[in-house]
Write a protein of this length. Sequence first.
Length: 306
Amino acid sequence: MPRVVIVGDRNSGKTTFLGLLYTAQVKSGSDKADAFRFHAGFESVDEVTGVFERLMSGSFPDSAAKEGVRDVSFRLGYRRPGRGILSRQRSKGWGSDAFVSFRLIVLKAFENEMARPGEGSSVTDATLRDALGSEAMVIVVDATKLTAADKDPQLVPLRKFDAAVDSLLTSIQHSRAHGAQTVFHPIFMFSKFDRVNPEALRLANLEDAPPGVKKKGPRAAYAKALLDRNLPKTMARVRSRERRGMEFAEPSYFFSWVRTDDAVRGGAERVRLRRSGAVGWEPDYSSDEYLAFLERLWDIAAQIKD
């Protein structure tokens, strides 16, 4: 089962990301006529459904939910492998090779642990153990921290996160330097993109919204314009090439947002709900981004299985 590690700085939206990923599967893969199927592993279903239920009730994950969700397994399949979850051209049947499984692992205490390698910390050891055996990494980039000023790189809000991700990717790369040729898949997920500072986009000479999920070239250029300024070490790492051992696949880029309503009487802000289908409801979020993300995971898992 391919392992996908998820990294992000504190309060970047990692748990919300997993909850919305589960939401996309529940809302788009539960009916007999739907294009794909999914199953959550029994060992993680309680935690992830708890996050899902909070989102469906209009609340973001609380501290207990964030602490509980660490490891989620999914089995995902869709009709006619190769045509894609978002494609309208599908067979009515399910092929024997239409299903893949993958495991998502959230790395806790990520930045601090990577900042002190070699100290023998059991948390550091666990972090590296999960990461070193993974096939892909989801790098959650908090869009509210994207720099909005052309200033000293040392003052960029994501500088510490950038160094930690670069350190982890370097460790993974070095661990496989003398092994068989393997491919590692970096995936960038911009969280809270509805709250990005317009000045950060203006500084990068970008439009208010990224290109659609099917416009891979323009969307990659859009994402790189932000990442080259905010995560320069990480971007240099994923562009590096080795003669043997591990190489980086071309990164994938996704943008997440959740609409909210203003807090009432000093309470927490509420997740806005929207109608889904004839009688259902769901969070008002970037569902196409999550379906495209699932398709990307399916592709990675299918390649590894082959």
